[in-house]
Write a protein that binds this ligand. Structure first.
Ligand code: NAD
Length: 348
């Protein structure tokens, strides 16, 4: 029997080794497959909007779900001011447990894994919604998530050109440097409008703790797909409301997106389509070449569950974890205090 008292732990170092061993594009393609498989069995999951604790400067969130066999949660923060202090906007870690015993079976860093799963989710949505043959993407906001987004769209949607814009040119220069040699044609742009020239897919991935207007209505032509990633908290959006009114809107889990997504700007009964239904074929995705499709991404617990499940499966063949002495295991399960006394006697 597996030793359930020792929990495999994936450190940042080991996550990097795992991702570099498999290659980021393969990992994101695999993750998109895991997310798609879990979205197809949407009904088998416990679902709840994430539990958010807001402060003046950011948010700390817990994202739990279960499919009845496994339970997973992610701890994640969002602090747009952090980068000015040399810290990241988003950091995360997560845990997977077996429902049968309640014992954890994986503890892992999820800062890198969140960037990978968010990009995989974005590209999966675009594969169902973006105009056919779209190969050019505008990437507005060139921070921590940006390269992952660009590479996922290359691997999963066939994007071959990315037009980059950030209010901070140093962020754009970093992206161009990091993506050199990726096979993507890259253009550093001076404005969001310039970045959007000829782009069939527009990704917004900025961080600002306010209702920002990264895109105004007149900037968005017909027939494009918008992948709106950065608006993911009450009072934190990226798109002008008029764009939403012209778009067909696709979401992960409406009760959470109504609170956190771009659609917090709309009436609570404004129609939206759940992405899992597009994936299963129960709802239509893009139906007209002139339609504007909008994926109002906020990040949902099932995507993290898929990512945890993926890492857990990879560890069956790959050595990128270390054993963590995390669960107390007295010889007699009811003698927890005795275990403490025996440790005291041993130490004396
Ligand atoms: P980051 O702070 O590393 O990067 C954000 C970038 O946006 C910065 O380079 C900043 O200069 C730029 N920016 C800010 N305002 C801008 C503007 N008006 N125009 C152009 N660029 C602008 O943050 P990150 O880790 O890359 O995350 C980006 C956003 O995505 C955050 O808001 C985060 O909360 C969100 N996020 C969403 C999901 C999801 O699942 N939807 C997952 C992870 C992160």
């Amino acid at each position: 029997m597996e030793n359930l008292n020792i929990v495999p732990f994936v450190s940042v170092d080991n996550m990097m080794k795992l991702v570099l061993h498999l290659g980021p594009e393969r990992v994101m393609t695999d993750l998109a497959g895991y997310i798609e498989a879990d979205f197809r069995r949407w009904q088998s999951f416990d679902k709840t909007p994430r539990v958010a604790s807001h402060s003046e400067v950011g948010v700390i969130e817990l994202m739990p779900t279960s499919d009845g066999e496994m339970y997973g949660f992610k701890y994640v923060n969002g602090h747009p001011k952090n980068t000015k202090e040399g810290l990241q906007t988003v950091t995360a870690f997560g845990l997977l447990a077996e429902v049968n015993t309640g014992y954890p079976i994986l503890l892992t860093e999820m800062t890198i894994l969140t960037a990978l799963r968010t990009a995989a989710m974005s590209a999966l949505a675009a594969r169902h919604l973006a105009p056919k043959g779209a190969t050019v993407m505008a990437m507005i906001g060139n921070g921590a998530q940006a390269e992952f987004q660009a590479l996922a769209f290359k691997a999963i949607c066939g994007v071959n050109e990315v037009r980059l814009y950030d209010i901070d040119p140093a962020a754009t220069a970093k992206c161009v440097r990091n993506l050199a040699g990726s096979g993507l044609a890259l253009t550093a742009c001076k404005t969001a409008e310039e970045a959007m020239e000829g782009a069939g897919i527009i990704t917004t991935c900025t961080a600002d703790k306010q209702c920002a207007t990264i895109l105004t209505d007149n900037m968005v032509g017909t027939g494009v797909h918008i992948n709106a990633v950065g608006g993911d908290c009450p009072g934190k959006t990226e798109l002008h409301r008029d764009i939403l009114l012209r778009s067909s809107i696709f979401v992960e889990y409406p009760p959470q997106t109504r609170i956190e997504g771009e659609i917090q700007q709309l009436d609570p009964d404004h129609p939206v389509t759940e992405l899992w239904q597009v994936i299963t074929g129960a709802a239509t995705g893009r139906s007209d070449p002139r339609q504007i499709t909008l994926f109002d991404s906020v990040g949902f617990a099932i995507e993290d569950f898929s990512a945890l499940r993926y890492i857990h499966d990879q560890l069956k063949a790959l050595p990128y974890s270390e054993p963590l002495d995390m669960i107390a295991d007295p010889d007699d399960p009811r003698d927890l205090y005795g275990m403490l006394l025996r440790a005291k006697a041993k130490a004396a």
